[in-house]
Design a binder for this molecule. Structure first.
Ligand code: AMP
Ligand code: GLY
Length: 430
């Protein structure tokens, strides 16, 4: 096989982890990231190509890029993969039509209903009056969701009917922009959450791994929701039987349904699950890797990432296999003080090389920029300090040991990432 020139689109911890894994491939030629960050610059050439598909295509033609890996959801929902494929450039990720699995919650709920895929009961609304009548009739608790992409913020768990009314008014008043022009109201599901990832080539499904993340900003899973303050893989709640049930009842039926609907799914399918008393239920789909879940997946992956991503893009996953490290991976997100509210940009981070010196540690950058030799924080979630260990407790101890070596007074992290799994380990040992 000749070497493959790759462009990774994105600038977060997820894309750093993907670029890091790709950079280890013996099949890789040149690796570019657009726009990238200070961490990605250590494994790739970072370039600014703009977000317009035509400028991405021009760049690919100039640099003889063979394969584009699209990290975030927005360009997928906007159809970047369709544009690249029309230009004869291979790309990892779903078409615009298939990306509706994340781009429209109503689309996914209707698909689940039509194909009998387990999910919370729901109704869709395009006006507040009908939505409120439904909420009042159902009673609380209820979940109110903006239909479109809202950067993970368009979901309100309403403990009372009054809270649901306020959420409905907010959404139709434009709190989430056009994402809230339509609203989905659904049943509140009780259980433990887990994430399941699979590669899909339109037809064949290759399960990747499971993970759990911590969405709340504060220790003990308290405070406002964030993009994710830490994660670990595998998710102990996802036993082999639960994985099988998820594949049989949720993932394969969805992949078959998308093909039947004329929008075959290619890329990574990320199922947000609620593990209920009656088994796994789908909370939502994402059409890209989770962030920070991708970071723990890439730490555990032993196989070469490049050929399997190519196989997903080109319909040859039936020939692919994956090999994983037995260890657990855990990542701690370091964020700028103030996140997920307002925060200052530009503070300096020191001590990264020392903190990452151990073979079992990788520090993925989520939003940094290089200023000469200095690394500056440029966003809310800034670093993902990621460790491997034989147990969750060991991975957790290693990750926090590395966190302690990072000199960044303007940053903070949670101190209990993995707590639920660590407690479970203690129970099994005692
Ligand atoms: P989503 O953006 O759809 O993943 O929702 C964000 C978070 O809201 C999820 O991770 C869950 O914690 C919670 N959530 C969403 N839908 C439900 C539901 N039907 N029942 C309980 N919790 C939910
Ligand atoms: N960590 C949650 C997400 O990527 O959506």
């Amino acid at each position: 096989m000749t070497s493959t020139n790759v462009l990774v689109i994105g600038s977060g911890g997820r894309e750093h982890a993907l670029a890091w894994a790709l950079s280890r491939s013996p099949l890789l030629g040149a690796l570019y990231c657009a726009p990238g960050n200070a961490g990605m610059a250590q494994v790739a050439e970072c370039v600014d190509v703009g977000s317009d598909p035509s400028s991405v295509i021009t760049f690919c033609q100039d640099k003889a890029i063979d394969f584009v890996v699209v990290g975030p959801e927005a360009p997928l929902v906007d159809g970047l993969v369709d544009a690249l494929e029309d230009a004869g450039i291979k790309a990892f990720g779903p078409s615009r039509a298939a990306a509706r699995l994340e781009g429209s919650k109503g689309f996914t709920k209707d698909l689940c209903r039509k194909y009998n895929i387990p999910t919370a009961t729901y109704a869709r609304f395009d006006n507040a009056t009908d939505a409120k009548a439904y909420a009042a009739a159902q009673g609380a608790p209820l979940v109110v969701k903006a239909d479109g992409l809202a950067a993970g913020k368009g979901v309100v768990i309403a403990e009372t009917v009054d809270d649901a009314m306020v959420a409905i008014d907010d959404m139709f008043a434009g709190a989430f922009g056009t994402a809230g022009a339509e609203v989905v109201i659904e049943e509140y599901l009780e259980g433990e959450e887990a994430s399941f990832f699979a590669l899909v080539d339109g037809e064949t499904v290759l399960p990747l791994a499971t993970a759990q993340d911590h969405k709340r900003v504060g220790d003990g899973d308290t405070g406002p929701n964030t993009g994710g303050m830490g994660a670990y893989s595998p998710a102990p709640v996802m036993t082999p039987a639960m994985v099988e049930a998820t594949m049989d009842r949720i993932i394969r039926p969805t992949v078959n349904a998308m093909a039947a609907e004329g929008a075959p799914y290619r890329g990574v399918l990320y199922a947000g699950l609620m593990i209920t008393e009656s088994g796994p239920q789908l909370i939502e789909y994402n059409v890209r890797f989770g962030d920070p879940e991708c970071q723990v997946l890439m730490m555990r992956l032993r196989s070469d990432l490049l050929p399997v991503l190519l196989a997903a893009a080109t319909g040859t996953l039936n020939e692919a296999t994956l090999d994983w490290h037995d260890e657990v991976a855990l990542t701690v997100v370091m964020a700028t003080r103030g996140y997920p509210g307002t925060y200052a940009k530009g503070s300096e981070i020191r001590g990264l090389a020392d903190a990452a010196a151990d073979d079992d540690i990788e520090i993925f950058h989520a939003s940094t920029t290089a200023d000469g030799d200095r690394v500056l924080a440029t966003g809310g979630r800034v670093l993902n300090v990621t460790a491997l260990g034989r147990t969750v407790a060991e991975a957790q101890a290693r990750a926090y040991n590395a966190v302690d070596k990072i000199d960044w007074p303007e940053g903070f992290c949670r101190h209990d990432i993995g707590w639920r799994a660590v407690e479970r380990e203690k129970e099994t040992l005692s």
